[in-house]
Design a protein around this ligand. Structure first.
Ligand code: MN
Length: 263
């Protein structure tokens, strides 16, 4: 019996947890550990300076789940370090409300939980639906997540990569296919808005809408915009290998030699 950890950075209240757990039940035993509240944008944060609580609860469909006062990454760490009796064979983070595309994945609590799976040598999937709002159908994304899960569990998957999946908010028969993509670019019209609180002290809102630009073919942004499911393999090594060689050519003017060991 395979063990699958499901978490969701939107928190234990997310209505995506039950459909995803349902779909994944065909692949193994599903364990749910999710944060008590919404941690979207939490990235790869962990709790260091206070203890973590983890309480049993039930989803609306009666399914057993656990909720923590920690981050999405904390959920994976708890599970892997012994809260679950068996180390998970697979981590599935999602289904997130809202796409996680391009540069945005550096902010994403959804992708970070999958990264934590990778750091624990567990095959991991981050999965998101490209829409917000109350009445989203998480069925197609959940079914696709289960399809990937079955493939990863049956055929194995490299321990240094995860799959970042974005699914259009459409019925399964209206989705225009599946594309394996690279990360694209996503820009925002971010603004700093300063306002005054009732005591005359300034406070700030930072944010703004995503700007629609021409997306390069082959990117996750373009695939999702074209109504396709985007699957991007992600590695955690952020090293810029070209820059290693260029830095070797700098005049460092430093008393000890500057070593360039990478090829
Ligand atoms: Mn989220």
């Amino acid at each position: 019996m395979k063990h699958i950890l499901v978490t969701n950075d939107d928190g234990i209240e997310s209505d995506a947890l039950a459909p995803l757990a349902d779909a994944l039940s065909a692949c193994g035993q599903v364990h749910i550990i999710a944060p008590e509240r919404n941690w979207s944008g939490a990235s790869h944060s962990i709790t260091l300076f206070r203890p973590l609580r983890c309480r049993r609860t039930e989803l609306r469909d009666g399914r057993e789940a656990f909720m923590t006062d920690g981050s999405p990454t904390d959920c994976v760490r708890l599970a892997v370090l012994g809260f679950l009796r068996q180390k998970p064979d697979l981590v599935v983070s999602g289904v997130n409300r809202g796409a996680n595309l391009g540069d945005d994945i550096t902010y994403s609590g959804t992708v970070a939980a999958a990264m934590e799976g990778v750091l624990s040598n567990i095959p991991s999937i981050a999965i998101s639906v490209g829409a917000f709002g109350a009445d989203l159908d998480f069925g197609p994304a959940s079914a696709f997540g289960a399809l990937l899960a079955r493939n990863m569990l049956e055929h194995g998957f490299p321990s240094d990569a995860l799959l970042n999946v974005n699914v259009p908010p459409a019925a399964a028969d209206e989705i225009d296919g599946i594309e394996v993509t690279r990360l694209g670019k996503r820009s925002y019209r971010d603004q700093l808005v300063e306002r005054l609180d009732p005591y005359g002290n300034p406070y700030y809102w930072v944010g703004g809408p995503a700007v629609s630009e021409e997306a390069e073919a082959g990117t996750d942004v373009a695939a999702l915009r074209a109504g396709k499911i985007s699957v991007t393999p992600i590695r955690l090594d952020l090293t810029d290998h070209d820059l290693i060689a260029r830095l070797a050519g700098w005049d460092w003017g430093w008393s000890s030699p500057v070593e360039v060991t990478a090829k």
